[in-house]
Write a protein that binds this ligand. Sequence first.
Ligand code: PLP
Length: 394
Amino acid sequence: MTISKKINTLLTNASFIRKMFEEGERLRKQFGDENVYDFSLGNPDVEPPKAFKEALKKIALEPITGMHRYMSNAGYPETRRAVAEALAEQCGLSFKENHIVMTCGAGGALNVVLKTILDPGDEVIILSPFFVEYKFYIDNHGGVFKEVKTTDEFELDLNAINTAISANTKAIIINTPNNPTGVVYGAGSLADLGKLLETKEKEIGHAVFVISDEPYAKITYDGTTVPSVFKYIKNSVVVTSHSKDLALPGERIGYAAISPKIDQADLLMEGLVFCNRTLGFVNAPALMQHLVAGLQHESVNIAEYQEKRDLLYDNLTAMGFKMIKPQGAFYLFPQSPVKDDVEFVRIAQKHNILVVPGSGFGTPGYFRIAYCVSKQIILRSLPAFQALAKELGI
Ligand code: PLP
């Protein structure tokens, strides 16, 4: 066979998603883009903020000598310093540039961190519903994932986490604000997780890292802020990017930040920088590093996302769909009105509505709506949702 058996199996398992995209393409050709309500992708439809465009123009007009060359695999010191200063402001810890590695997005950062800490067979806990790529990233580096459910409200279930931790547990990945639920873990939950891990680490004799995946941290609503994991958990690493907050997913710019409190932090950093290099990323894109250094306090217009959340949440709940109100990110995760969420997605397609089944996030019985689309699409989709609700008798 041309490709490995393993990749062939993964491709076969993913064939449903492929079929869904093919069906989306077919609907678009048949009905036109504006009549297909595609809520399937977390690809922001907004443009980067004005400050980004100004910084881009400035650097194009006044290029810095050497700005396209290789640099330290960790990234430019001034960019890492800017990130460290922003983190220090947020959580009060003494972040320095040597706690930061610039990466190719949060996906790149996750791979770099996992490669650095995992030995073959080490376990990584993931919390369902989860971003499905976690499974592949863990497998990339010889790890084994262990799924643990969150509560009915999609909050951390500390008893379940406690039970899942074994001597082989190396890390737990949390994602706040969460894709797909929009839940933001509160300070109390993080503090309780920190305490639990301290006890468990003593028992098993090694660190259990909390890898907090936070690309949506600036996208929060109704005054919610994302409590810093660094404040509450000693062995914490944040992986994040500007894919969502600056709407730059195609530019692949993000970072991993390690808590200054971690034992042997210097060695961990050395490992991260080595893995950034040897995974073939070499370094995060140079041009983007120059730009985002001055944009750590910028973001897209969050009020626009809040308006879209409210529009969909208010209308869909009035139609009888059941869901929790998300505090962040740009997803809704309603209960599937029919038992089989994949079947529900097929029925929704008949109304030109494209959504993703909860099974794709390890949580059957739900579906995900990504509302990072135009307000027009949302408004145009409402009669289709109404017809769908009517067909299903909800
Ligand atoms: N983590 C979560 C939860 C995401 O939703 C995404 C992208 O959708 C990523 C990580 C990857 O983001 P990036 O584009 O920064 O690699």
